[in-house]
Design a protein around this ligand. Sequence first.
Ligand code: GLU
Length: 400
Amino acid sequence: MSSATPAASAMAFSKRLDRIEISATLAVVNEAAKLRAGGADIVDFGAGEPHFSTPDHIKEAGIEAIRNNFTKYTPVAGIPELRAAIASRHAQDFGSAYKPEEVVASTGGKFALFNVLQVLVDEGDEVVLPVPYWTSFKDIVAYAGGKPVYVETHEGDGFLLSARMVEAALTPRTKVILVNSPNNPSGAVMPPQELEAIARLAQDRGIFVVSDECYAYLDYTGNRFSLGSVQDAKNNIVIIGSLSKTYAMTGWRLGYALGPVALTGALQKLQSQSTSSTSAPVQKAGVAALTGPQDCIETMRTEYRRLRDQVVSGLRAIPGVKCNMPEGAFYAYPNVSSFFGRGEIRTAADIAGRLLREASVATVPGAAFGTRDHIRLSYAVPAKNLQRGLDRMKQFFAGL
Ligand code: GLU
């Protein structure tokens, strides 16, 4: 090796990079893929993504776009048709009133959130982050230079967040309150009146509530709520949405942010210096998803609800495992702390590691989401796989 090409270990990467770690959910994807390549028959409850295929009419729209050479650059925030479709679908389903210019389409909801925090947060600004949180929240905040201020919710209260809990965490440095309902990983659905009260706190203080609503359609309480419906606080609300879960489109990478025009302008400025727009044919597929038949959403939601009941009763049947009933999203978040201290087991990560190696079941340890006692299972898998995984887990825990 020439002296001009230092080993990676000796390279000076940016200090910013040291503020974050690799996504724990995606690390499980990599680990499971490695074991699978080595011949292991893994039941994968790791990364949360729909097991359904993208509905045919959406796929056809993407294919058609490519055939029609709709393969060039588009405006940064998305083609007008897509921005209008996002705004009008949201208005119809959630009672919001966003105009197309208040919409920015991005390469996935995660990137929309990343950009929003980059444009809102300065070095040292505080971001209120309820625990448990989706693993990437803390890293995205840290990369923007922000300081996460954690607000613990409690398992005994269904991991529910209240405005009072958020209020107690506010300081003059608070810039953003980051909420997520239905919640990844707990499945908790926050009471709409509490979310609205949190938006009022943001409004009173002239700060922002950023609401990650990627699972808004996967709500089993019979409600469907978006903070976008609180129209008179619009200047202090940013909605993050995604087509990934709603239409089984994770790999297409299409998400969006909704917010006041000044913010969507800032997002376009930033995005114009990174990805530009999301991919052109994907945008056409997105238009088909949002304006075409919507019955696929209910079909999938009904199946997730069935799988939810199956996973919770399976987990509750394992002696020593406790599990809340998740009201939304597609995650179960069982408490496995009764096994700590058995043999070599000290942490939930020890359990997740042994489950993967000894029982070939992939899960994500709760530490990734800010809690000690839990592991996360994504139950967006075929019912047969779910049962196989539960059977393996039962046997594994019985042997501890
Ligand atoms: N949101 C999913 C999860 O939590 C997808 C993976 C990711 O981007 O983290 O597993």
